[in-house]
Design a protein around this ligand. Structure first.
Ligand SMILES: [Ca+2]
Ligand SMILES: [Ca+2]
Length: 155
């Protein structure tokens, strides 16, 4: 995928580089769009992650994380059957909509943080149970990346 003819750990980084980009975007890399659906996302990660050793580091898989991109990741994980339980998928999506709602109006950053922390806890609790494969590190990183966008306001 990075042109060396071998699928190995560095190929995860190649996808991470282009994560979230669509056909036509300057950082779109057709090599990374393994399922040819015009977007580089969790589904492409899923394909590569099944071919590389499980010991590959999972750091920095996702970039430019937003509430929308995380909801897309949840939906993609459901489509790829990496979230195997409807209830868990709904709970994750609900928490995200709540967190997004908390970013509007007079809510404090701490309200958003609380919901995001609960989201990450739920991902951790369901990892290997109802959240499988690459979906777990991607969703965990989505949550922590968003957390870093909402600094703590209280002690
Ligand atoms: Ca390669
Ligand atoms: Ca794709």
């Amino acid at each position: 995928m990075n042109g060396d003819g071998i699928v190995s750990c560095p190929d995860l980084a190649v996808i991470a580089e282009a994560y979230g980009s669509h056909t036509g975007a300057s950082d779109f890399n057709a090599w990374s769009d393994l399922n040819n659906d015009g977007v580089i996302n969790l589904l492409d990660f899923d394909i590569v992650s099944k071919k590389v050793p499980a010991s590959c580091p999972n750091q920095n898989l996702v970039r430019n994380v937003t509430f929308e991109s995380t909801l897309d990741d949840i939906q993609a994980a459901v489509d790829a059957e990496l979230i195997t339980n409807r209830g868990v998928a709904n709970a994750l999506a609900e928490q995200f909509k709540e967190a997004k709602f908390a970013t509007s109006g007079r809510h404090e950053s701490d309200d958003v943080r609380e919901i995001l922390i609960a989201f990450v806890h739920l991902v951790n609790a369901q990892t290997g149970k109802h959240i499988l494969g690459i979906a777990a590190p991607v969703l965990r990183q989505d949550g922590t990346a968003l957390l870093s966008q909402f600094p703590r306001t209280k002690n």
